[in-house]
Design a protein around this ligand. Sequence first.
Ligand code: ZN
Length: 451
Amino acid sequence: MMTSIVNTSFTLIPNQKYRRSNRRSSHSYIIGSDSQNLSTLGDFKALPLELFQIILEYLSVKDISKLSMVSKTINHRLINYISTSSGSRRLLQQDFHNQELSGRRQGSYLLEHYRSLGLLFKRCTLLLPTKERLKYIHKILSEVSCFKFSGCGVPMQCLGLPCYGMFLQTLTAGWDELECHRVYNFLCELTNLPRKVQTVVCSKPGSARKLELRIRLFCRNVLLDHWIQRSDSAFWLTRILKPWPMVNQARLLYIIFGPISSQDGQVVWQKMTEGPTDETSLKGLADAIKLLYDTDTKEWTADDVISLVDELSVVPREWLLENNARLLILSGNNICFTFMASKAVNGRANELARMIVFLALVCEKDLYCMDWAVKMMQKVCKVFSTQMERNNFLQNVENAFARVIMDMLQSVMSGDRDEEDSSFLNLFHLVNAQANFHKEVLYITMNNTST
Ligand SMILES: [Zn+2]
């Protein structure tokens, strides 16, 4: 019986020496028989393996992971224990669909459990090269179907992927970049993620809804959401996005961070084109853009991120300018200004002027201070190099206010009102926005002339 246990788990651990120069242990890892290493077992020496495993049942996963660092022989026995049926039954808890019954506590309990389990595997496999480590761990985890890309029938009610993500995060925390690349490649091979991404970015938005949802859940729950350091999140998001051309990056960003339906969790493609949307629908996208812009990665220049924002505003078709403005405001001062300055440099004064109008409208509707919009206009104004260009831009802003108000008025007059009178309400907000905007302009001018 003992030999059968030993056999199943030994196959994956090559029994040869490894040089692990960058690990804290420089000892070679030789797997010998227990009898050779009995000396490192300490008092456990006296116990038969069965009893040792019974004792493990009484230890918490955290304690077992501490125990694994005692010696190679113990570590080794623990690896065996993980592969036994009682060990895997206990360690691979799969109660992922019971959150409704037992509430949030069950969810956080499971996440905590998989965090500890990640630590246990990290310590148990410390001496293996990354590739072997991942293979071994995959072999153990492969019996959990909710950890697989499309393995769960009720993905919206399932805690499987978040637990898997928590596990991977603990396992790989502190690994150097090269090793993390290996992890990503390993996961890609395992799940066929790039192929699936290709399918959705190459087909019409919404034509592969289920696949879009799976991609979103896998990327968010497994690869992105558990990191504490923003640089880690940026690293993983970069892995997901960078292989694709900008157009596809924008589409992918929308799939992963865009607004979803509260009923079925699927991506709502028409959200940005149909009507004004709210901050919660845009927050995910804005945060992702900030993440790429703020974290100092060599892989994203400011220009890259600005182009991505530009590209995003036509996914799946051209957004309403109000939604565009709202995204810029949520993305923060730097991104907003850089975006607008790039338009100014390219001489697109007219487009820019309309954007100013909608920034003012969003400030009015979402209750931001209007002087922010005025200051933004001032800063953008300075980007134009000549007095003539600046005046032209300011003239454009005034024309745009008039134009947009007339457009909205027309839509109110044409009578296609919906029940909430939203077009009238929008007009009301815009007229107030204009008044507030100009009040701030007057304050600045009058206060300047009086001193
Ligand atoms: Zn599930």
